[in-house]
Design a protein around this ligand. Structure first.
Ligand SMILES: *Cc1c(COP(=O)(O)O)cnc(C)c1O
Length: 369
């Protein structure tokens, strides 16, 4: 082997047996992946756990952000996708299909491209953030825009997988959740124990029970002394798990969680129950304010859906419903660059004042003089 190939092998890109980057290489013993499977990875996982000092002060708690936008396609979906596409390819699939609010399609397209499979993605027409659509397109997905919402797309994706030779890689494919649970492993491996509370946005309801599964498995293995309470937050216009019934026309600027009838409702409710957790809803204005807060005060730019957990905690603190000194981990699920239109909508995007090319003019408008 060449030096370069040795380096690639060390980085975990050459097979399941190697240790290195990618969640299958790191956590393969905990995942349903055959030892002889060709691992399809982009080096996902091992994302930063960033102490959020300003937010900690505001909440009176110790808070960390699990920054999942640092994954290869910019969201946590990559953790599940490496497992789903690896298993699909190992079982002989040549095409994968998913319904998506955007990030699942971006991730499926990238991992399918890497594995030499055809990605087919069903998107609600006109309701996808431009960055995510761009990802599906450049990775070579067969993009189909369906006149309907996400829930309709998912129903059709399931039927396509039933009737045609394509493998479904939505999170109703439980293998995805196995990959996603590795984020909980990483939190524990970094902090040395589970937090008191784990907070996250909830859309289709798969990721929250995936984390719960990870925490439970680590607790059962004696790797933690406790299990966290799981707190899930939804957008007020798309909050079926808070209301207790499906929402026919879900509406929110947080497009990644615009889901009216979560496919993993039962799993999500069970995780809340078993962990002694809760689900609450947050209005869009507070979500967008939390997005701004994270970017301006913590230096972490997330997409709107990813700010829902922070918005929910700030609201609870405001209502004096938050105990002090809790250790809280918040998953921020996707990268802010995926949806710049929403991020910029509250700003003057002329780009600031126009001045003559003179130092003093610049110093003036910056308040330096
Ligand atoms: C998919 C997604 C969610 C919601 O996760 P679920 O597993 O559907 O509950 C939240 N935020 C982002 C950025 C996502 O891509």
């Amino acid at each position: 082997m060449t030096v370069l190939a040795d380096a690639a092998d060390a980085a975990g890109f050459l097979g399941a047996g190697s240790t290195g980057s990618g969640i299958i290489a790191r956590y393969g013993d905990w995942l349903p992946v055959a030892k002889d499977a060709r691992v399809i990875t982009l080096g996902e996982g091992n994302t930063p756990l960033v102490p959020a000092d300003t937010l900690s002060d505001r909440l009176g708690c110790r808070v960390w952000l699990k920054v999942e936008g640092a994954n290869p396609t910019g969201s946590f979906k990559d953790r599940g996708m490496t497992v789903a596409v690896t298993v699909a390819a190992h079982e002989g699939a040549t095409a994968v299909v998913c319904a998506s609010t955007g990030n699942t399609s971006a991730s499926a397209a990238a991992y399918a491209a890497r594995g030499g499979l055809l990605p087919i993605v069903l998107l609600p027409a006109g309701r996808i953030a431009a960055g995510k659509l761009a990802q599906a397109v450049v990775h070579g997905a067969r993009v189909v825009q369906v006149e309907g919402n996400f829930d309709t797309c998912l129903e059709l994706a399931r039927k396509l997988a039933d009737d045609y030779p394509v493998s479904l890689v939505n999170s109703v494919n439980r293998i995805r959740l196995e990959g996603q649970k590795t984020a909980a492993f990483e939190v524990v491996d970094t902090l040395g124990d589970a937090p008191d509370v784990h907070v996250m946005p909830v859309g289709n309801g798969g990721n929250l029970p995936a984390y719960w599964r990870g925490y439970v498995q680590y607790a059962d293995a004696g790797k933690t002394t406790r299990r966290p309470r799981m707190w899930g937050f939804q957008a007020a216009g798309a909050a079926p798990l808070v209301l207790g019934h499906p929402v026919l026309n879900p509406e929110t600027k947080a497009t990644a969680i615009r889901v009216g009838n979560p496919a993993s409702t039962a799993l999500a409710l069970a995780a809340r129950e078993e962990s002694g957790g809760l689900f609450e809803a947050v209005p869009d204005e507070q979500i967008l304010a939390a997005q701004q807060f994270l970017a301006a005060k913590e230096g972490v730019f997330v997409e709107p859906a990813s700010a829902v957990g922070v918005a929910g905690l700030l609201a609870k603190a405001e209502r004096k419903e938050l105990d002090h000194d809790l250790r809280i981990v918040i998953t921020v699920t996707g990268h802010g660059l995926k949806d710049i239109d929403t991020a910029l909508s509250g700003h003057d995007v002329g780009g600031g004042p126009v001045v003559p090319a003179e130092l003093t003019a610049i110093a003036d408008v910056c308040g330096l003089s």
